[in-house]
Design a protein around this ligand. Structure first.
Ligand code: ATP
Length: 360
């Protein structure tokens, strides 16, 4: 069993910067865990601590039932795949994959078996004699994966492995990594700042912010019930619309404490253009400011009007008064047109005024 457990893990860099402020995460055997968050939130630091490339200031890192805080990277039974591939340019694909195994003194026959098997899985069998410069970006990325696979580690660690690839290849490799992980069933921890990559790859998603975990869970569950406004605006694109509500609104409609201001969140796709006001829901008059047509869908950027009675004009994360609405690509209001959009009660997300707590 190769579960990975982080217990109250902390990291303070020399100089006193606290990059990780007590993180608890449990990755079950065979699971694909994705650490996602904005630049500087500490995800690489956390991954590097699991790899043993960074010392642990506090807490415990447990791999397969063994606390590894004091164990050398080479003895942790992990293999790491980096964004810059780190291939040796003068060596063939075969030798790039064999290198780490030779360093460990493995017999050539066993190395050959492992490299050939990895090449077969990665569809690199015909390219074993090539040098990295004779490969495409995606093929090089697969060789980097191959180097990790031949080690037969208990855990794969990925540090933004796709960030150097173009958009199309990123998607193709994303699918390949997921298929590969399902086939090998190796516990994996994957770092990315790309929320779409995170959503599509993760069995368990860890959303990080400022050195702390904001939310852990199944990606769709997090999408449906974000625990904080940070998660609400980070997961989902375009981001959830967040608006302050008036205290009396909270009290009467949503059962919060009297006098307490809150934040209402509505995803762009949960609005419809309509003159109706759904019972208990929200309706907003908007003036269309901009339209983005991207084929299957259209994004409408509207500004809220003053006569809007339901939601006070003090938005949270959005520029003042701006609301994003996502509608099917066949529809498109004109710029300057006045429209009314509405969302039903079940699609409203309600957070405390500081955005730190989900009320419902
Ligand atoms: P990115 O997506 O930009 O790589 P990240 O979430 O991976 O960001 P980390 O690289 O883990 O973030 O860095 C977390 C914080 O720790 C940042 O504020 C960074 O400046 C700081 N940091 C990273 N390495 C060191 C170091 N060696 N010494 C001091 N501070 C560091």
């Amino acid at each position: 069993m190769a579960n990975v457990t982080l217990r109250n893990v902390r990291k303070t860099y020399t100089g006193g910067f606290e990059a990780i402020k007590g993180v608890n995460v449990d990755v079950a055997d065979g699971q694909f865990c994705v650490l996602v968050g904005p630049s500087g939130c500490g995800k690489s630091t956390l991954l590097r601590m699991v790899a043993g490339l960074e010392t642990v200031t506090g807490g415990e890192i447990d791999i397969g039932g063994r606390v590894v805080n004091q164990i050398e990277p080479a003895d942790r039974d992990i293999a790491m795949v980096f964004q810059n591939y780190a291939l040796y340019p003068h060596m063939s694909v075969y030798n790039n994959m064999a290198y780490g195994l030779r360093n460990r003194g493995m017999a050539e026959a066993e190395i050959k078996t492992r490299v050939e098997e990895a090449a077969r899985v990665l569809e690199l069998s015909a390219m074993l004699e090539r040098k990295p410069r004779q490969l495409s970006g995606g093929q090089r990325q697969r060789v980097a994966m191959g180097r990790a696979i031949v080690r037969q580690p208990k855990v794969f660690l990925f540090d933004e492995p796709l960030s150097n690839l173009d958009a199309k290849l990123r998607i193709a490799m994303r699918v390949e990594i997921r298929k590969l992980q399902r086939r090998l069933n190796t516990t994996s921890i994957y770092v990315t700042h790309d929320q779409l990559e995170a959503m599509t790859l993760a069995d368990v998603l860890v959303v990080m912010n400022g050195g702390q975990v904001e939310q852990v869970g199944n990606p769709l569950a997090i999408y449906e019930k974000p625990a904080t406004t940070f998660v609400a605006s980070f997961i989902g694109a375009p981001p959830m619309n967040l608006m302050s509500t008036r205290p009396d609104e909270i009290k009467s409609q949503l059962g919060g404490a009297a006098g307490e201001a809150g934040i209402v969140g509505i995803r762009p796709e949960d609005f419809v253009i309509t003159d109706q006001t759904p019972a208990g829901g929200v309706a907003l008059p908007l003036t269309v400011e901009a339209i983005e047509r991207v084929g299957a869908e259209t994004f409408v950027y509207g500004s809220r009007e003053q006569e809007d009675q339901r939601v006070a004009a003090t938005p949270g994360e959005l520029p003042p008064g701006e609301i994003i609405v996502r509608i099917p690509g066949t529809e498109a209001p004109a710029i300057g047109q006045k429209i009314r959009v509405a969302a039903v009660r079940q699609k409203l997300h309600l957070f405390s005024g500081d955005g730190r707590k989900r009320i419902e």
